[in-house]
Design a protein around this ligand. Structure first.
Ligand code: FAD
Length: 377
């Protein structure tokens, strides 16, 4: 055997699983087709904000659990790997964009008091215009008011991926880049993983290859697609101060010391076209104007796109493959891979130790995908 566990994919999900398994004393080998953070992870923005507090889905619960684990996880990763992730609990200003949104705010505040209990102290409250101006001078005017949370955080995605890789390596993991996996074959004793160059074998494999899933001999295919996201950075509006994230309908803004970041579009129509379109650019500029006082047309800007890995129903797949239980799937993290990384890594570590998945993680098996669903979310 080459390792206790072979992990396929070095995006944030594969790396978080590798780090967690290596920290638990397993020998881990990561096989990555490109380089660390080559997929959606490298295109992402690093917003770590929970689903709305009234959301009661397993995904919302899993994400809250994962976000609650982040401060401790990040501290361990930074200590072990010796590199910074730039994780920061900055909070979030939500622009109440309509009279309806303003009316619903009290119910949201009440729901946050219980559902976000593991994430912050005040959780969610209304904020005055003066307070918002003081906290984040770039925020757009809002005639319907603002909400402020103290639960949202941000992280630098490439730094997070690099820090996870460094921590995993410090615990003995081997990360082989430029090593695409062609297929897997599992038997009673282990899993054989065939790469472009050779074969590797381990008792367990974790498939965390985002939207591209290598074939698993004799097992049903996992339907996975991509949802393109475009994003924009405005370096002229860099801000060295620590500012809350800003959200409004359809988008968010993150102020950082190198740029103001605006995210992000969601285009399901061309899942394999990783390009920024004229429409995408216009949508980002529109978001920038709604969320901030910054004029995106006069500023220098950098725009890019990435393809989010998504199952047809928009929920992640975190479970042993029902046809080949030695193959654990960690796929389809869609819009929230960074915020789910710690939770998915814990769930995968528990599965690797032979435990049954615990709620809410027991909702993410792939059987649900072998019946027809429309994409959502
Ligand atoms: C514009 C944009 C903004 C986003 N912003 C946020 C955000 O603010 N917060 C958030 O939580 N999420 C955000 N996301 C979503 C987030 O990027 C994803 O959920 C997350 O990166 C998924 O991670 P992953 O490791 O599953 O997939 P990926 O990052 O795609 O990693 C999969 C890896 O597997 C490798 N691979 C594929 N096939 C093979 C193979 N056969 N053999 C070996 N390796 C293989 C790929 O090269 C890749 O490196 C954003 C996404 C986009 C596009």
């Amino acid at each position: 055997m080459d390792a206790d566990v072979i992990v396929i994919g070095a995006g944030v999900i594969g790396l978080a699983c590798a780090e967690r398994l290596a920290a638990a004393g397993r020998s881990v080998m990561v096989l990555e087709a490109g380089h660390v953070g080559a997929g959606a992870t490298g295109a992402s923005l690093g917003a770590l904000m929970p689903h709305a507090p009234h959301a009661t889905t397993p995904l919302a619960a899993a994400q809250r659990q994962s976000l609650g684990a982040m401060p401790e996880r990040v501290a361990r990763i930074e200590r072990r790997g010796g590199t910074a992730t730039h994780y920061q609990k900055v909070g979030r200003i939500e622009i109440l964009a309509s009279a309806n949104a303003a009316e619903g705010a009290d119910a949201k505040i009440d729901a946050a008091a219980t559902r976000w209990a593991n994430l912050g102290t005040t959780r969610l409250r209304r904020a005055t215009t003066e307070e918002v101006r003081d906290l984040a001078p770039h925020v757009a005017e809002s005639p319907h008011g603002y909400l402020l949370d103290d639960v949202t955080a941000q992280i630098d995605p490439p730094a997070f991926a690099a820090a996870l890789a460094a921590a995993a390596r410090a615990d003995g993991a081997v990360i082989a880049e430029a090593t695409p996996v062609r297929h897997l074959a599992a038997d009673a004793a282990g899993v054989t993983v065939t790469t472009d160059r050779d074969e590797r074998r381990a008792p367990l494999a974790v498939v965390a290859s985002g939207r591209a899933v290598p074939a698993i001999d004799g097992a049903r295919a996992i339907p996975m697609t991509g949802v393109k996201g475009e994003a924009m950075a405005l370096p002229d509006h860099a801000d060295p101060a620590s500012r809350p994230l800003v959200t409004g309908p359809g988008g968010f803004a993150i102020a950082r010391s190198d740029a103001l970041y605006i995210g992000s579009t969601a285009d399901k129509t061309a899942p394999h076209e990783n390009t920024v379109t004229r429409d995408g650019l216009a949508a980002l500029a529109g978001r920038c104007r709604k969320l901030t006082r910054v004029d995106p047309d006069v500023a220098r800007k950098r725009v890019w796109s990435g393809i989010r890995p998504a199952a047809p129903d928009g929920q992640p797949v975190v479970a042993p493959h029902p046809d080949r239980p030695r193959v654990i799937l960690a796929l389809g993290h869609f819009k929230t891979g960074l915020s789910l990384a710690a939770g998915t890594a814990d769930a995968v570590a528990a599965l690797a130790a032979g435990a049954d998945p615990e709620p809410p993680w027991d909702a993410f098996g792939p059987r649900r995908l072998w019946t027809t669903h429309g994409a959502n979310g």
